[in-house]
Write a protein that binds this ligand. Structure first.
Ligand SMILES: Cc1cc2nc3c(=O)[nH]c(=O)nc-3n(C[C@H](O)[C@H](O)[C@H](O)COP(=O)(O)OP(=O)(O)OC[C@H]3O[C@@H](n4cnc5c(N)ncnc54)[C@H](O)[C@@H]3O)c2cc1C
Length: 376
């Protein structure tokens, strides 16, 4: 049997970020550390966008940032200056290269390119298996997926399924100063469907459709919607697709397991996605920086404040039951509030006073009754 001080299972965003924060907090010195993932993550397999104020821990990796965003639902178009926030984008390839290089320089970290499973927390140590062999760790952090079936979840649940094209157009098409955060000008089909358009120059952008629903499309289905949207709203000239990405983020207030003794669940499998938006990157960094600061004491593993989960349950339930259309809800939120208030709220860093003012701008009857229902 082999023993570690810290075992990190999964070397994607959460696992790598945790090691990064532990190293920065000086908590890896003298520790025997294990990092397990079947692969060394390297490629551009996802693109992380998020907003924050000031400089975050990965500022030098930010590929592009926007100070202005646009939302449009065909009736209302709102253009918002984000200061003091900025909308930022990091390519996973840059993130993996940067953090893997830091980890490679740490002799105390042993990497194993395999899977680990059968985590069993004991009174002193967490037991687990790799390739059939038994191991233990004082602390085990798992970022393994936690698959959910929406039909078996009592809490509100919507998938956010999406597909994006990185395009290069033949003519000047985009405004590189403005990110389109939510453009609902696509048939809604009784769901919440919108596009992001994140431009890197007048001719290069990420154009991505996101759908909040539990019914996924085929790849051709998403592609047809993107093609139509580009044609209707951006360009009728030629363009080429240089890269694509796709994924799914469960949006739910389901109570993910967060901790069993010194077995700690992190990442999407530990409920790191903000239930009402699917955004994960920023909240995850905040959580893991705090966990690293407190380590080896594990104090607080929450990603989102408790009362925000209640707001999210309300919003998700309204969307899931179709009580209000998503396009109206999100665009009006930005139209009727200063953007910084909305962004602080969505990042889980707003004050109660800001939240009350924000709630007052929503259709109070629907929100009020749904809120009470979720509370009960
Ligand atoms: C295409 C895409 C775009 C996204 N865009 C955004 C965005 O713009 N903003 C945002 O905030 N969030 C975004 N997300 C959501 C979220 O930030 C990412 O999914 C993020 O990668 C989640 O981190 P994670 O560590 O939980 O999972 P992952 O990064 O997927 O890492 C999990 C790791 O566990 C490994 N693993 C699995 N099973 C085992 C096992 N048994 N043993 C050992 N290792 C195992 C996997 O190989 C993987 O490397 C996006 C997601 C996708 C897929």
């Amino acid at each position: 049997m082999s023993d570690y001080d810290i075992a990190v299972i999964g070397g994607g965003l959460a696992g790598l970020s945790l090691l990064y924060h532990l190293e920065r907090a000086g908590k890896l010195a003298g520790q025997r550390v294990l990092l397990v993932d079947p692969e060394r993550k390297e490629g551009h397999d996802r693109t992380w966008s998020y907003w924050d104020r000031g400089e975050g821990p990965f500022e030098e990796l930010v590929h592009y940032r926007w100070n202005q965003v646009m939302l449009d639902n065909g009736e209302v178009r709102c253009s918002c200056a984000l200061r003091p926030y900025a909308y930022k984008l990091i390519l996973s390839s840059d993130f993996y290269a940067h953090v893997n290089a830091i980890i490679d320089r740490l002799p105390q970290v042993e990497r194993r390119f395999t899977t680990a499973d059968q985590f069993l927390p004991g009174p002193e140590r967490v037991h687990f298996r790799m390739q059939g062999e038994a191991y233990t760790a004082t602390h085990l952090f798992s970022s393994l997926p936690h698959p959910l079936d929406y039909r078996e979840v009592n809490q509100p649940y919507l998938d956010q399924h999406f597909r994006g094209w990185f395009v290069e157009t033949e003519a000047d098409t985009f405004d590189p100063e403005t990110a389109t955060m939510m453009d609902f000008r696509t048939p809604q089909e009784g769901e919440t469907r919108f596009f992001y358009v994140l431009p890197f120059s007048k001719r290069r952008a990420l154009v991505e459709i996101a759908i909040f629903s539990n019914h996924h499309l085929t790849t051709e289905g998403y592609d047809e919607l993107i093609r139509q949207y580009l044609h209707d709203h951006w360009t009728r000239e030629g363009y080429r697709i240089t890269h694509t990405e796709a994924g799914n983020i469960p949006m739910t207030t389901y109570t993910y397991p967060r901790r069993r003794g010194n077995l700690i669940y992190i990442g999407l499998g530990g409920g790191a996605a903000r239930p009402s938006t699917g955004y994960t990157f920023h909240g995850l960094q905040r959580q893991l920086a705090r966990v690293a600061r407190d380590f080896p004491v594990i104090r607080d593993t929450r990603v989102w404040p408790e009362r925000h989960l209640l707001y999210d349950a309300t919003l998700l339930r309204i969307l899931q039951e179709g009580k209000l259309p998503g396009d109206l809800l999100f665009v009006n939120l930005f139209r009727d509030n200063p953007p910084a208030r909305v962004l602080a709220f969505l990042n889980g860093e707003s004050t109660l006073w800001q939240e009350m003012r924000l709630m007052a701008t929503t259709p109070v009857g629907v929100f009020g009754t749904t809120f009470v229902r979720e509370l009960l």
